[in-house]
Design a protein around this ligand. Structure first.
Ligand SMILES: Cc1ncc(C[n+]2csc(CCOP(=O)(O)OP(=O)(O)O)c2C)c(N)n1
Length: 326
């Protein structure tokens, strides 16, 4: 796929919107507006945004937990209003306030997600098998972290996907740490993309801070899957600027992460990097970039007002109806 100017602007806009909504989610959690907990995406937005922005509406996405899927949902064109109202437990949310952050938008290929990391693999294989059988050319894109890749479920799912040439793309968001465990303590090789070779799947390693590199790699893998050539693996080397979850200490092995290392990571901020690139290439002017930021902030403010004005669910029969079919 050749990316036109409007594609690049869309990619940038989705990146900026993701950052703005992620910052808002952190604020809303502190205010008690967002329910339960939050695992910010800041620093790691590019794999989800780059991997989802150019998918078809009916392609299926299994989001990674960073930003509770915000990068993926925004990339997929799902309304942050419905997504975040759901996350705030409001009746106007996509699942009437019952789904929390695992909300479902079948018309946009978001069929849900699980809180158990590594459950994404067998579930995605099931979706990909259904996609292959229905013959509509849908592709499943499954996003997961380096920690998730260490679940045994990977091996069973990867084998079946490769054996049956299922239309699935595995996108690893490798930020080098799984909660408190650094990757060096969990995997013996440098690149997790090696996990693909045992199953004969093609794999690439890309700069996960470069949203364009991610978009190109995932698009190529999706096209291959759509042509019936089976699964592939895209490893994105990315970053996590903050702690694993809000309220968690930002530690590795009981020691604070080195602030110098975090500063180093922030020097490769995916939003700033893409902004500079688009300015340099003349795709955007400073005014365009400022306007996109202002529009994202306005969308956040409008979403917040929508959530504030929305009621909590007040329908005692709702749970039964959601759980059981007639
Ligand atoms: C099976 C299972 N074990 C542990 C957890 C708790 N947990 C949630 S996220 C996480 C770390 C995941 O690391 P990674 O996959 O690398 O993603 P990252 O958070 O780094 O983006 C852990 C241990 C869980 N949800 N499921």
């Amino acid at each position: 796929m050749k990316f036109e100017k409007e594609d690049l602007v869309k990619l940038y806009r989705n990146l900026v919107r993701t950052r703005a909504f992620d910052e808002a989610a952190v604020r809303w959690l502190a205010q008690g507006k967002l329910l339960a907990f939050y695992h910010p995406a800041q620093g790691g937005e590019a794999p989800g945004v780059g991997g989802c922005t150019f998918l078809r509406d009916d392609d299926i996405v299994y989001p990674h937990l960073r930003g509770h899927g915000l990068p993926h949902m925004i990339g997929k064109g799902i309304s942050p209003k419905l997504y975040l109202a759901e996350h705030c437990g409001k009746a106007t949310g996509a699942a009437g306030g019952m789904g929390g952050f695992h909300s479902v938008f079948p018309e946009k290929g978001a069929l849900g997600a699980g809180g158990t990391i590594g459950s994404c693999f067998p579930v995605s294989v099931g979706w990909a098998l259904a996609a292959k059988k229905n013959g509509r050319g849908q592709v499943v894109v499954c996003f997961f972290g380096d920690g998730s890749a260490n679940r045994g479920t990977w091996h069973e799912a990867a084998n079946m996907a490769a054996l049956w040439k299922l239309p699935v793309v595995w996108v690893c968001e490798n930020n080098g740490v799984a909660q408190f465990v650094p990757i060096e303590d969990a995997y013996p090789l440098e690149d997790l993309s090696n996990l693909a070779s045992a199953f004969g799947m093609p794999a690439v390693v890309v700069d996960g801070q470069d949203v364009m590199a991610v978009a190109e790699a995932v698009t190529a893998a999706v096209e291959r899957a759509r042509e019936g050539k089976g699964p592939s693996f895209v490893e994105c080397k990315t970053a996590r600027f903050g702690p694993h979850g809000i309220g968690n200490p930002d530690k590795v092995h009981g020691k604070d992460r080195d602030p110098r290392q975090i500063e180093e990571l922030k020097r490769r901020d995916p939003v700033a990097l893409f902004r500079s690139r688009l300015l340099e290439q003349g795709v955007l002017t400073e005014e365009d970039a400022e306007r996109i930021s202002r529009e994202a902030e306005a969308e956040v403010a409008e979403t917040e007002a929508f959530i504030d004005q929305s009621p909590f669910p007040d329908d005692p029969g709702m749970l039964d109806r959601a759980l059981y079919a007639e």
